[in-house]
Structures are given as structure tokens and as C-alpha cells.
Design a protein around this ligand. Sequence first.
Ligand SMILES: CC(=O)SCCNC(=O)CCNC(=O)[C@H](O)C(C)(C)COP(=O)(O)OP(=O)(O)OC[C@H]1O[C@@H](n2cnc3c(N)ncnc32)[C@H](O)[C@@H]1OP(=O)(O)O
Ligand SMILES: O=C([O-])CC(=O)C(=O)O
Length: 372
Amino acid sequence: MPEPKQGGLAAVIAGQTRISTVGKEGKGLSYRGYSIYDLARFAAFEETAYLLLYGWLPDAVQLDQFRKQLAASRVLPPALTGILELLPGSTHPMDVLRTGYSALASFEPEEEGRSALDIAVRLIGCTSSILLYWYHYHHSGKRIDTEGSGGDTASHFLGLLHQREPEEQHAKALDVSLTLYAEHEFNASTFAARVTASTLSDYYSTITTGVGTLRGPLHGGANEAAMALIERYDNPDDAEAGILEALRQKQLIMGFGHRVYSVSDPRSDVIKEWALALSEQAGDRKLYEISERIEQVMRREKRLFPNLDFYSASAYFHLGIPTPLFTPVFVLSRLTGWSAHVMEQRAGNRIIRPSADYIGPEPQEWLPLDQR
Ligand SMILES: CC(=O)SCCNC(=O)CCNC(=O)[C@H](O)C(C)(C)COP(=O)(O)OP(=O)(O)OC[C@H]1O[C@@H](n2cnc3c(N)ncnc32)[C@H](O)[C@@H]1OP(=O)(O)O
Ligand SMILES: O=C([O-])CC(=O)C(=O)O
């Protein structure tokens, strides 16, 4: 039997949570006891967000009030739009969000009596506004109205992006995707946000920590990297040859594998169905067929399954979302999970400070500068 691989805190129980369970039998995911399949099928993203933030499913009055609070949070202070205009058009969109949140921290600080919940709602409400105000100002030369024409979070995002009412099926697909991306226990960005919260730092700092950690291609950035991979191929046979060669060169195939799931990522089943439906609606199955072939090759050659990021890539493509905005959409959703964890951490806080196994040099004689 090979030795289990060391490092990365794999299989270490780093704390307790009431928010979600991931991969109990190698698969399966639930938020506060509700199966991800039920949430993806029956809940609007706002219901999922409420469940994560408050701990229970909202009734009709609570949901209506929550939607109104989110909609009221879409307007940006002029000083913030000014900052977004000053950022170069070449800025990484994750940097735009991180900077936008930091700027908001100085205009609307937590220290002035805002609760974490108030700020969570504010950030979920204005994330599409920050991102797409910057995007349009620099890419289409327009100062957009960030309130948009109303609607839920998914419709608001697509409406601002395309500057027209989204198609119903597109809004539904994005709404489901936001539910799928919302929460995932002690993933790297959430854990990092909890570490920041554990020092009693402010709420905005926990979120900018999350954004910075999510950006990397081994985590949230994998949806963009998966798109770059899929787009490289002209057809499924070409993809099969390319993936076999990449595996031969021991390259990572983005959108596959997972630290916790060993059988499958349940979110992938759901987004795969949407990727197919959207490609059929578009009358263009090319990316879907390439993706399916890559999935077959990865299962056959490596026994690896797609994670949520893999089929999200072609689904987002058919929603007309530019690839550099894929990971920011993940942020829009994961703000809910990060916020729930920050509140949970604060409620039973002890500073997170593990220990290290020192493997450096033995004690050494001090060498003065001129003798080194
Ligand atoms: C929403 C999300 O954030 S989901 C994760 C998104 N990230 C990706 O899709 C990036 C690609 N995947 C990966 O890099 C990894 O699978 C991770 C980061 C998700 C998990 O990392 P770990 O748990 O450390 O995986 P680990 O390295 O133990 O994988 C076991 C073996 O499978 C291989 N493997 C894992 N994922 C992949 C992959 N995507 N492509 C090729 N080989 C892989 C590893 O190289 C390793 O082989 P080895 O034992 O010969 O070194
Ligand atoms: O749990 C993880 O390690 C990564 C992941 O799938 C997520 O954050 O959604």
C-alpha cells in the first residue's frame, strides 16, 4: 500500500461547522441539512443565501424583504464609481472586486455600527454593480445604471452584463449555478476567511481574504482555466489526443479532481445538465461534446471526475459571460458561504493558529556580515 500523501492539511479536522456537509460518502453535499439537489431544483438563489446567512429557510414575507434589501444594495457611492473608473481596463476582475470591497470598507465601515449581516447583504447586492460598472466603463465606454431593471441576483447580473433583459432560461441557469457555488465547508477561501475572522479583524477584511484565495487556479480560478482548456480543441478527437498528451506530460487538467470528494462532485451532475440544455438552446453542442470527451478520458485514464468548475465553463460561455468574469461570478455566490462562516467563527471564536513541524537547520553560529 502506498503511503498516504502528506501536506495540505488533507483529512485534518480543523474545526466544527453547522453550515454544510461535503462528501460524507465520497459524494453528497447539503447546506444546513438540505440536499444540494433539492436546493438546486426548488430554491431560488436568494432562498439559499438566506438559509446560509440566517440558518433557516425564509417564509414568503422574509424572502420578499430579503430580496428588497438586496435590490436596495445595488447602488454604488459616486466615490466608488470614481475609483472603478481610475482602475486600468486591464485590471484582473478579481482585483476589481477586492479593490471595490476595500473601498467600500472605507466609505461604509463596519466600525460605524453595521452588522456583519448588513454588510453581507450589501456586498451580495452590489457585487454585480462593482464588477459590471468597471467592465462597461472600460470595455464599452458606458457609465451603466447599476440598479438595472430589477429582478433577482442572476437576472441583475445578466441584465447589467448584456444591457438587456435576460432570457428566462439563462437567468434560471445562472440562478442554479449561484446556488451550487454558494457554500462548501472548509474549502481554501472559506478557511482563509475564517482565519482572518479569528483575529477579530473586520468583516470586509475577511471577504478580501476570501477573494484573494479564491482567485488561484487550483480553487475558484479553475473555471476560467477549464474554459481555456476546452476552447483549445476543435473537436472531441482533437481533445482526446490533447488530454492524453497533457497527462503524459503530468499536467493538471483543470476542472478535475477534488480534495474531499472521492466518488463524484454532486454539483457537477447538475451543472452538466444545464451545460447541455444551454448548448442545445444555442444550437451549438461543440463545447459540450468536447467537455464530455475530456470527462470520459479523465475517468478512463485517471479515475478522476469533473468538479463543479468543469461544466460551469461551457454553461457560462453559453450565457455570454466573458471568461475573465467566471471567477468573479463564483465570488457573487460564495459571499454567502464566506459570510455564514465568518459569523459562525465569530460566534465561537478562538484564534486559528496551528503549529508547524520545524525541518530547518540545526542551531548555527552567528556570522558577522564581512564573513558571509
Ligand atoms: C470549486 C473548486 O475549487 S473545485 C477545485 C478546482 N480546482 C481544479 O479543478 C484544479 C485541478 N485539480 C487539482 O489541482 C486537484 O485535484 C485539487 C487541487 C482540486 C485537489 O488537490 P489534492 O487533494 O491535493 O489532490 P492530489 O494531488 O492529492 O491528487 C491525487 C493524484 O491525482 C492527480 N490529480 C489530481 N487532480 C488532477 C487533475 N486535475 N489533473 C491531473 N491529475 C490530477 C494528482 O497529480 C495526484 O497524483 P500523484 O499522486 O501522482 O501526485
Ligand atoms: O471544497 C473545495 O476544496 C473546493 C470546492 O469545491 C469549493 O470551494 O466549492
